[in-house]
Design a protein around this ligand. Sequence first.
Ligand code: AHR
Length: 663
Amino acid sequence: MFRLQDLIKSAIGAGFMTAGVLTSAQDVQLQLNASNEVSEVQPTMYGIFFEDINFAADGGLYAEMIKNRSFEFLDPLMGWEQPNSDRHSYNSDSGIAVPVRYEGAPTNRNYCRVTVNNAAGYSMINNGFRGMGVKQGAEYRLSVDAALPERGITGIIVELVDSENKVLAESKITPNSAEWKTYEVMFTANRTEEKAKFSIRFEGTGVIDLDMISLFPTDTWKGRKNGLRKDIVELLDGLNPGFLRFPGGCIVEGRTLEQRYQWKKTVGPVEDREILINRWNTEFSHRLTPDYFQSFGIGFFEYFQLSEDLGAEPLPILSCGMACQFNTGELVPMDELDPYVQDALDLIEFANGAITTTWGKIRNDMGHPEPFDLKYIGVGNEQWGPDYIDRYKVFAKAIKAAYPEMIIVSGSGPFPDGDFFEYGMEELKKLDAEIVDEHYYRSPQWFRENADRYDSYDRNGPKIFAGEYAAQSVAIASPENKNNWECALAEAAFMTGLERNADVVHLTSYAPLMAHVEGWQWTPDLLWFDNLRSYGTPNYYVQKLFGMNSGDKLLKITKGGEAVIGQQEIYASAVKDTRAGEIIIKLVNTASNKSTVSIDISGNKVKRKATLVKLVATDLSAENSLDDPMHVSPVTQEIKTGSDKVEIELEGQSLNVIKLSYR
Ligand code: AHR
């Protein structure tokens, strides 16, 4: 059996580490025919891959600040400290919290019963996701479900405190009901603190039951109550994504079938969404994250809503009845596949169905009567072998029978070549698969050398979804991998190849998308954050420049009739944006030296004033960081051109986007 961890070792053994010896480039002559629109560029060309890995959802995009808010982790009190009490030694002089199971509540199983014996000495502390980011002057909303089985506790004092227990914000709840009741209070923080903690103390003595202790900033994306972290969504929005793939990744498959992602359990009231261990919790022994669970506070409704907010096509990927083949590889027998297929059909109804349908009604009840206009659905993540093909056939037949217009995305496994890949591609071609997802986690050198990957691709075969890729500076998923300029530049070179083949490459996305600087399992990642700040990597800015400049028609830019794929270390692609009246040329110089490029333009005359957006770093190991987030970031300048010629000096190690207005 494969294990993801073994990939790191095998890749190192295979001489994966490449320093990238770069030589010089000089004068380069290119030709561009601006009236020859070779094909459409799909609006989905550059998109986003989202997976709850590296604290991307819980602890990241989902702005909830309390970890284990409803006492549902495997250890129900994980994340909660009781400084003057110890439930393991039954030291309860001050007080004690113990988990209690509800009778007959299959999704929200536990609550917490607190017995307070000495109010002055007892408190419960939650440290959030590696602390809580609190901003001076910002407002926070706390919500608590509480019940008083007996009289005695007269107040719940809730506070945000710093590491020395100095109070940053405080409020008080007066519980007044023997029955479960939700209480809400607001806080305003008096100081900014990256590692704040949440503290609960009590007035009076006695017993109180607590559940769903939830704390959110009010300043979320679009101001939605208990919504998403605004700074992170703004970074995503900045990519101008054409699609949003969710919810992964291996998380779709689960380490076991039981732990697969089941979308139906992620919709409806948040308190009823059944928590699941996050499969990345213990995946890598070098980055164990035992406190990583999925609350599903971001579930399928929220993913669809986010897609809509971003103007991106939603692209859900579903389990096809195979657990992750890097883990157990558990299989659903073919004659027991029906519920899995039904999940796919029901999802389409949830997204697009009338509000009178079973699942359309749930969407409506959640506040979205209009359909989400789902067009794509993915069957399986990165499965391989005949077991996948057998299951794909069943899904494809059922989906097409019910929804002939739905575009099905299939997978070619975890590698961009080799037996699994060859077999998968061959079989999927025979089955007339529409779009096949390919994954490449490879060295920067591989990316530079594979800019021609699709140049001779069968134009009658399936379209391509480059669904997961990222240059790995050391080895696949090595904890030493860096989001450095060498990797980003290699990706840019490769992306000119994706763009040049936009007639067959219809969707592309970097992976993974994001990581908490203290809570990550996998690196590299497109953007990073702590509890207060976030930043885009150089790789992010490469994606952004392509995403913002995707155009709608593909043009041909050549060197003596040949594609520009690294001759003199220059890579090039060109598109037209017919809506903006622009020709957009992307030039990558991977050499350390400057290079003078002249481009003869035929077919259209261009205005002499043009825009150049440059992304450049002289040091290939350059990175961005929380403290220096724009170290490698785009710079825009005006340039002058001829009406049928562009002459430009490219800096060494640079990505250049030239925008020309045509007449
Ligand atoms: O992006 C990280 C992981 O890489 C994804 O979950 C999986 O699809 C791939 O192996």
